[in-house]
Design a protein around this ligand. Structure first.
Ligand SMILES: Cc1cc2nc3c(=O)[nH]c(=O)nc-3n(C[C@H](O)[C@H](O)[C@H](O)COP(=O)(O)O)c2cc1C
Length: 355
């Protein structure tokens, strides 16, 4: 089992289950991690985040172990760990420990520049096509299968290994705590907790006090996720004691510069802390058009419009006429038209451009 790393430090697993592992560096305590988001946290979006202030660790959107093994034509894109392979985990869903083990072996064979530093197992997605095939949140109610998944990955993956869970509606908090202990003992290096029930979608506030309870009980680092969107949220989570790091999803799509901004904010003396300034000079037009450029350069044509639509539906929330801009972007028939829409909007409402 992974040791809890020193504050700000790194950990090195020299031997595990007969596998000699390469030295690996875990992100430091207090790290800010980009959450996995389907259709969003692909290479283009991660590059944008990296350019605007860098997350300490990145998660890809979820990929299917079975699709990888059957040679799905987009798998190389799902698994692409750029721009920071040494700070990126690929998130997998898998139907069985065998397919997860085979996917781990396949990743081990990739050349260094295309091999991610970590693998994350999705144990929280409640979408019917995932849960209905014993994947994602279905694992929360099947601890034996979930542990077998972790053990299969651990035996075939020398890099960082993590899982992301929600709270089981059936098992409740106590059942989820026992579940977390079970999978941690299977060989996880860290665990992310999105502390909502698996049936709750993104409704209601997340319950970080349960995450803190889990963090106090487990002997692996626990990462808190859910509704962390400014320095107060972040400080509340990280100062609660046992929680090791924070993972941010939707707020990073609304404000792709959030990681650098939060890091600056949190490193300030606590007596001079103030909420994340809304006026620190981020140019929404430049960021939006840069994102379109990255999508065009890095993603296959059939993905480009959809991923822009997903990102812009959050990104546009910050402006005065959010509904208008969002629907103009979503309905734009091409990337070129999206660029024109952004330029036109900020020409018409120049006071919205710098935030
Ligand atoms: C559009 C979208 C796609 C998501 N896709 C994934 C995914 O692929 N894997 C996963 O574990 N969670 C996924 N999630 C959940 C997020 O990782 C995160 O747990 C959730 O959004 C709560 O965090 P936040 O409040 O910081 O957004 C997704 C969420 C959104 C909004």
């Amino acid at each position: 089992m992974a040791r809890r790393p020193e504050d700000g430090g790194s950990t090195c697993h020299s031997k595990r289950d007969g596998l000699i592992c390469s030295a690996m560096v875990l992100f430091p305590r207090g790290a800010l991690i980009l959450a996995p988001m389907v259709g969003i946290t692909n290479r283009a979006f991660r590059t944008l985040i990296h350019e605007l202030g860098e997350a300490d660790w990145y998660m890809t959107e979820m990929a299917s172990a079975e699709a990888l093994l059957s040679g799905g034509r987009n798998e190389a894109i799902y698994l692409d760990p750029s721009p920071c392979p040494d700070r990126t985990s690929v998130q997998f869903t898998a139907k069985s420990p065998e397919t997860l083990a085979a996917a781990c072996k396949a990743l081990c064979k990739l050349p260094d520049e295309r091999r991610p530093a970590g693998i994350d197992i999705n144990m929280g997605c409640a979408a019917p096509h995932i849960k209905g095939t014993s994947r994602g949140a279905a694992l929360l109610d099947n601890p034996a299968l979930a542990r077998a998944m972790v053990e299969a990955a651990r035996a075939n993956w020398p890099g960082l290994l993590s899982a992301k869970i929600r709270v089981s509606t059936k098992g409740g908090e106590d059942g989820t705590l026992r579940f977390a202990q079970e999978i941690a003992a299977g060989g996880l290096d860290f665990l992310t907790v999105h502390s909502r029930f698996d049936t709750q979608k993104l409704r209601r506030r997340v319950n970080h006090s349960f995450t803190a309870r889990l963090a106090a009980e487990l002997d692996i680092p626990v990462v808190a996720n859910g509704d962390i969107s400014n320095s107060s949220d972040c400080h509340a989570v990280l100062s609660s004691g046992p929680i090791y790091a924070a993972m941010i999803g939707r707020a990073a799509v609304r404000q792709p510069w959030i990681f650098g901004a939060l890091r600056d904010e949190l490193s300030r003396d606590r007596t001079t802390r103030h909420p994340l300034k809304p006026n620190n000079g981020h140019d929404l037009l430049a960021i939006g058009t840069r994102y379109i450029d990255l999508v065009e350069a890095l993603l296959p044509p059939e993905w480009q419009r959809e991923t822009c639509r997903r990102v812009f539906s959050y990104f546009a929330e910050k402006v005065s006429f959010a509904h208008y801009l969002k629907f103009s972007l979503i309905n734009a028939p091409s990337l070129e038209e999206m660029r024109r829409t952004l330029i036109q909007y900020f020409n018409e409402v120049p006071t919205d451009r710098i935030v």
